[in-house]
Write a protein that binds this ligand. Sequence first.
Ligand code: SAM
Length: 382
Amino acid sequence: MAETQFSVPQGDFDLIRYPPTRDQNLRAWDAADELLLAHVADVMTEGPFRSVVTVNDGFGALSVAVRAAGKADPQNKVSFVSDSHVASIAIRQNLDRNGLAPLDADDVCDPDLVLIKIPKTLGLLEFQLSELRASLRPTTVVVAGGMTRDIHASTIDLFERIIGPSRTSHAKKKARLIFSELDPELSPVAPQPTVFSLGLQDVQLVNYPGIFSAKRLDNGTRLLLENLPLTSGSPDVIDLGCGNGALGVAIALANPNAHVTFVDESHLAARSAEETFNGAFSALDGAGAPRAKFRVGDCLDGLHGDSADLIVCNPPFHQGRVQIDDVAWKMFTGAKRVLRPGGELFVVGNRHLEYFDKLQRAFGNSQIMASNSGFVVVRAVA
Ligand SMILES: C[S@@+](CC[C@H](N)C(=O)[O-])C[C@H]1O[C@@H](n2cnc3c(N)ncnc32)[C@H](O)[C@@H]1O
């Protein structure tokens, strides 16, 4: 059993991961969470901070602890900023598990304390700091934490450039903190999405920071694009884990009668796909444009059974830095439920991920449609 008892100065909590994983070595917190919460306890002078924002809290370690610390105060507010819908599910689950009230709505105005977990990409951190800056005042305590391997000179430069004077702590258990103070005189330029060509009909892919392969087309995506099935009639299509929307937009370009639903757990990915789609069909404004929906969700949760004819997917195989196949498996079993009888799932992945075998298990059939030295495209029929 993975360890679930999380003990910090704010109390002892029971924390589990979401999505659940079979890997028993994975806990719902890391040494950076412990270091951040120890620091919060040290700097607290007049009782718990009244208004706290946690940023990129993966499973709720930070939110649960600060919520518990302030629970006696009816004015206490804890809000949460993250690009990840799945993280918001994890946090809700762990608050509930520990008998704590849900977080306050996304009200990040005027916080006393901001606790930031350093995300995997510097681009996402830059985007988040730029958005957060407007809510800060010079007295707001801003502390970021991360594992030392994720904190570089460029990370500290970013805090200096966007927030103001910043310094780091000593490392402890391979984690480190960054302390930052707002400089009201700074006027940093907000980062913009990157744009590059899909290679079809002049379509430009829009990529907000932090989304998958934000600087160039991924080789796996390219192989699936070259091997997408031709559709006819008005099929219901899902681009599952859509990222910038390359796959779903390519299907809509080939068949403007297709109804495409783009799904991603990343808010910025869903926004990227929507902007890609709108750009691709901007000339068709209104009646002629294909129909599309953009959905932030966990795999296919919330979508009706027997409602799709085709699902295309380049599944994630990491959560943070950890390699996992639990999400891909949830996507495959979800696809089996959501596809109409005879509906098809097209998946691309690195050869070592063994999607052929996994689809055999989920669907009872699977077929290799294309492969190269790195990737394989597999089809399964519901
Ligand atoms: C390998 S990327 C593929 C992106 C895009 N389809 C492409 O080919 O460029 C996997 C995508 O799945 C999304 N994802 C991860 N977990 C998810 C989940 N539980 N539900 C929905 N999407 C998820 C990621 O945010 C990411 O955009």
